[in-house]
Design a protein around this ligand. Structure first.
Ligand SMILES: [Zn+2]
Length: 204
């Protein structure tokens, strides 16, 4: 099995992560609305051929994380959707203005799975891991946890910065990630950081 590598193809203050096992790749978080040109340029700059992206996965359906999902689908990147995310997809357009050039995400061609099916699907891409439901920032938030402890958490709120979120739900999501072996956080915004074993104790 090839070694798994991670590169950031993000722009406009959101991280978009490409996880690769050789030429089998996943894109985690899917660009801003109307930004397919920027996405293509960013992939090119990081030597990621678009046609090698096996799936695109949005950590949650907010415009800075899933805005270009339909544009990516039309460019040949299948959209991987968790069953807990289906309801959130049609709500995306509420947060867009006409000048954003948001392309509405259709259900056509989407691969919809449950979190319990994610391990097998990832296995088929050669990228060991699982997708975990991690509500807190939004009900449809999921995290991609790799076998090496790297975890892509989108906007899962840091426990120190809980505002309007339910702190219990946020903490339960972090606890679930930690119990499953998460050690390094790849967030939707900002730099990566290590998840220490005593991390949650500070917030209980
Ligand atoms: Zn965000």
């Amino acid at each position: 099995m090839s070694q798994v590598t991670i590169v950031n193809v993000g722009y406009r203050s959101t991280n978009f992560w490409v996880i690769s096992a050789g030429t089998s790749r996943l894109l985690v978080d899917l660009g801003w609305p109307g930004s397919m040109g920027m996405m293509r340029a960013s992939l090119k700059r990081k030597d990621v051929p678009l046609e090698e992206l096996r799936y695109g996965l949005a950590t949650h359906y907010h415009i800075d994380h899933a805005g270009a999902a339909q544009e990516l689908k039309l460019a040949g990147v299948p959209l991987l959707v968790l069953d807990v995310q289906v309801q959130a997809i049609p709500l995306m357009k509420r947060w867009t203005k006409p000048q954003d050039n948001y392309m509405d995400i259709t259900m056509d061609g989407n691969v919809v799975i449950s979190c319990s099916e994610s391990r097998a699907l990832l296995e088929s891409t050669g990228i060991p891991g699982e997708i975990v439901h991690t509500p807190g920032h939004s009900d449809d938030s999921v995290s991609l946890l790799l076998g090496d402890g790297s975890v892509f958490t989108g906007d899962l709120t840091h426990p120190a910065f809980v505002g309007l979120e339910d702190p219990e739900i946020v903490l339960a999501s972090w606890r679930s990630l930690q119990e499953r072996g998460a050690t390094r956080i790849y967030p939707g915004h900002g730099p990566t950081w290590p998840l220490g074993t005593s991390f949650l104790e500070m917030f209980i």
